[in-house]
Design a binder for this molecule. Structure first.
Ligand SMILES: [Zn+2]
Length: 447
């Protein structure tokens, strides 16, 4: 950009005109090549995802008529078919979601959306950082609005029909407003800080911006469970005198501080049940959804707790944070280079250059390329689940964990027969049959 400004100033010199001409030609080829790469990658990622969705749908439909042998005695045909129908419908929704997000991406980039938004905000002559924030926030808000119809359909139609939805329209609107409010409250200062660093530091800005983001995710891993999640749900300490003694003895065996177990009122919004481990250091906690707790007996609760403690023992939260920090370091290094390439902006339909626009384009476009790494991250996540299961089997009863898992699958209408390739690509948890076979292999402490 600087080059072009200088060139315009000395426009009368033939030699400069010639130089600008070759420069533009050069940029033009790069730009066309990059546009082509983007379109090809986008098409490949869409085709891959459509193929996977199609595989999943037909695999589940093929196995709909019969409960798999391993679950013959624990899952009824009715429950099995409900799970199949629910999975197939969610699958169809996934296809629509893919179409909408792809159209949005194309409209915003090569369709000229970001360019128009950038031109609009630039016309006010605000400070570069403020202009950048306005551009990025506008694009995110438009994306948010675009997603709302499908999100409403999912909550009030799909989830409703399968008996999972407990959200009222009022609750839904409050949630959405709070999410937008929090997103702006946290996102805008963070963005301002990053853009300020980019503008004021030299060529190594991407390293400092990355460090800020890592610091931010560390703060969030503390703040999310203790400050943010309680804004949306109630978290009560697990209090059941019958259970307490068993849990205390399990915690002592595992070396976990005992104030970290909570029951969340998940039933406020949905009938789906779950349990999870979150946070680091003093903010670490294990959360049971009340919906899950209601359906498990004490043996099963202890086994699920032992599984979550397995995540804690193996430091899975820390490992995930480190690996995502390393991944984003690579991302920022690439961004640091791309931000100075004219063809990166022009190739994605934007005729002005700024670090904010580079950041925005990078955030929007990189999933098109990173989607092919998803099987790898899903693979590691599934390994973590196996490790947590093995740990649970060593400190509690593996049989009880199997029972709990079957209940979890049944009550969430999760399919027992996913397509192997689809699940390898998308599943963060091993498919039920494989997971249970692994638990049966590891003898528990059953006596
Ligand atoms: Zn787990």
């Amino acid at each position: 950009m600087k080059l072009r400004e200088r060139a315009n100033r000395y426009n009368s010199f033939f030699i400069v005109d010639f130089f600008v001409f070759t420069f533009n030609e050069h940029r033009l080829t790069h730009m066309t090549i990059f546009t082509s790469i983007f379109i090809i990658a986008l098409l490949l990622s869409i085709l891959t995802q459509v193929w996977l969705i199609h595989r999943q749908g037909s695999h589940v439909a093929t196995h709909r008529h019969k409960v798999p042998d391993a679950f013959e005695n624990t899952v009824s045909l009715k429950d099995h078919q409900k799970a199949a129908d629910y999975t197939i419908e969610k699958n169809r929704l996934g296809l629509i979601e893919l179409a909408i997000s792809s159209l949005f991406l194309v409209a915003m980039t090569i369709g000229g959306g970001i360019n128009a938004i950038a031109e609009f905000w630039s016309s006010f002559g605000l400070a570069p950082i403020l202009t950048g924030i306005c551009i990025i926030v506008s694009v995110f808000l438009i994306g948010y609005l675009v997603d709302i119809p499908l999100s409403c359909y999912q909550t009030f139609n799909l989830e409703q029909r399968f008996g999972f939805n407990r959200t009222t329209a009022r609750q839904y609107i409050t949630d959405q407003l709070m999410q937008i409010g929090l997103g702006l409250l946290i996102g805008v200062p963070l963005l301002a800080l990053i853009l300020w660093v980019i503008e004021s530091v030299g060529s190594l800005w991407w390293l400092l911006a990355w460090a800020i983001l890592v610091g931010f995710s560390l703060i969030m891993s503390w703040a999310y469970p203790t400050l943010i999640a309680p804004l949306f749900n109630r978290f009560d300490p697990l209090s059941d005198s019958m259970l307490q003694a068993r849990i205390d003895s399990l915690l002592t065996r595992c070396g976990f501080s005992s104030n970290g177990i909570f029951v969340m009122d998940g039933s406020r919004r949905s009938g789906h049940g779950n349990a999870y481990f979150t946070g680091m250091g003093k903010s670490k906690r294990i959360v049971f959804f009340d919906t899950l707790l209601d359906s498990l007996n004490n043996d099963e609760i202890e086994a699920v707790l032992a599984h979550e403690l397995g995540h804690f023992k193996h430091k899975h939260v820390t490992k995930m944070l480190i690996s995502s920090a390393l991944m984003s370091l690579v991302g920022f290094a690439i961004l640091g280079w791309l931000a100075n390439q004219g063809w990166f902006y022009e190739g994605l339909g934007v005729h002005q250059q700024s670090y904010a626009i580079a950041l925005l384009l990078f955030m929007m476009v990189s999933p098109v390329f990173t989607v092919f790494m998803q099987p790898l991250s899903a693979f590691f996540q599934r390994r973590f689940e196996f490790q947590a299961d093995d740990y649970a089997a060593s400190v509690a009863e593996s049989g009880a964990l199997i029972d709990a898992l079957v209940k979890l699958y049944k009550e969430n209408a999760n399919t027992l027969t996913p397509d192997p390739i689809y699940s390898a690509f998308h599943y963060s948890h091993p498919p039920a049959a494989i997971r249970i076979a692994n638990l049966k292999k590891t003898p528990g402490k059953e006596d």
